[in-house]
Ligand binder design. Structure first.
Ligand code: SF4
Length: 389
């Protein structure tokens, strides 16, 4: 029987040099000596797609070894990065010309630097992107986490991506142990939705079927920021997984607390994947009400339930040709809120924003102990100094 390939995300480190306002992971880094080893990576299953992420993955000096190992088992690899370590990125891309690179850019210069908290972050990220384009690296793009502060830059950034012939990925604010956040929330939903609406129309107006499906994804983001039920079922942990720096295999990065299916440092893949612990996590996923809408969990669902986005695309392309653009008010909740039938407080209650509970950062005991003596920021700064950065 043909082996079933999975969709995997490998979180190679929790160390990060950025200071994003919507992600506090930089305050909770992993210890380098505990981070996922090549021996553990060798135990991963066959994958049709692998995302390498962090923290900031390029902080790991052995990232090339990790990519080399992953290419033995994955058809396609995409690395998510803040784009700061230009030389390391270029060097890796020279050795792996097919690897995808997605750089997070949170807006035009001022907004990006304010959100990311990286000195000169925009110019570093943008110059990395330009160098990759100059060397004709085929799979380059940037990603933006859309929120109140940067939503006005959404369409201008999309246009920049078009100019440079690059992929453009979007997300919105999420709360989870992975982001070490529970207070993220969109305040002016209508303003943010309006910008998504403009983006949806830009995407529908292109000649690219891939972008029409992206339009559907962004339509789903409007639904998400209004706290509504996901447009597609979530099947994370069934044919998709995340693995963290400690070798813990999880369904996704959207849960409030870390949900562990097993540990690949100590178990074989088959033992872990077929365990009763993994099945318990799958049961929780079936009843999960967090309604995340992140590309990691939506892209597999869009492929699996292709007729749903396909129907939406056909309907909206037909409307488009008759000069009827997409309207955010097609979402009933958007209209109801606009008409005052639902209050902001009611919508806030539908979000995952939680001002009361304690955040679980998913760190190991050793990483937690390290944070008793110094802050995560100090630790990473010293670490990078040792690396000559
Ligand atoms: S909705 Fe899916 S991706 Fe989000 S937390 Fe639940 S299981 Fe994870």
């Amino acid at each position: 029987m043909k082996e079933k390939k999975l969709n995997g995300t490998v979180i190679v480190t929790y160390r990060c040099n950025a200071r994003c306002t919507m992600c506090s992971r930089y305050k909770a880094p992993s210890l380098p000596e505990e981070e996922i080893s090549l021996d553990t990576i060798k135990k991963l299953p066959k994958m049709y797609f692998t995302n390498i992420t962090g923290g900031e993955p390029f902080i790991r000096q052995d990232l090339k070894d990790i990519v080399r190992e992953l290419y033995k088992k994955s058809d396609r690899i995409v690395i998510s990065t803040n784009g700061f370590f230009t030389d390391r990125i270029i060097d890796l891309c020279k050795e792996f010309p097919k690897v995808g690179i997605r750089i997070s850019i949170e807006g035009l210069e001022e907004t990006n630097n304010e959100i990311r908290g990286l000195p000169d972050g925009f110019n570093r990220g943008y110059s990395t992107l330009k160098k990759l384009v100059e060397m004709k690296h085929p799979d380059v793009g940037f990603g933006m986490t859309v929120q109140d502060k940067n939503c006005d830059d959404l369409v201008p950034l999309f246009k920049k991506a078009e100019e440079l012939n690059m992929e453009f990925a979007t997300a919105s604010l999420h709360n989870s142990f992975y982001f070490v956040e529970n207070k993220n929330i969109i305040h002016d939903r209508e303003k943010v939705a309006k910008n998504f609406e403009m983006l949806v129309n830009e995407l529908l107006n292109t000649n690219s079927p891939k972008k029409w499906f992206r339009a559907y994804f962004n339509h789903g983001l409007i639904n998400y920021i209004y706290g509504q039920k996901r447009l597609l079922p979530c099947d994370m942990s069934f044919d998709t997984f995340f693995i963290d720096p400690y070798g813990d295999v999880m369904p996704c990065n959207g849960t409030k607390d870390k949900e562990v299916m097993g540990n690949l440092n100590t178990q074989s893949w088959d033992e872990l994947w077929n365990s009763s612990q993994a099945d318990e996590v799958r049961k929780k996923v079936r009843h999960c009400s967090r309604n995340c809408w992140m590309i990691g969990s939506v892209s597999p669902a869009m492929h699996k339930y292709i007729w749903v986005p396909l129907f939406w695309v056909i309907k909206h392309k037909l409307k488009f040709w008759t000069k009827h653009k997409y309207s955010m008010f097609e979402n009933k909740v958007v209209k109801d809120y606009h008409d005052g039938k639902i209050t902001k407080e009611e919508l806030d209650k539908c979000s995952t924003c939680d001002l009361v509970s304690k955040i679980n950062d998913g760190l190991s005991e050793a990483s937690k102990a390290m944070l008793k003596d110094k802050s995560g920021e100090e630790f990473v700064k010293e670490d990078l100094k040792k690396q000559g950065e």
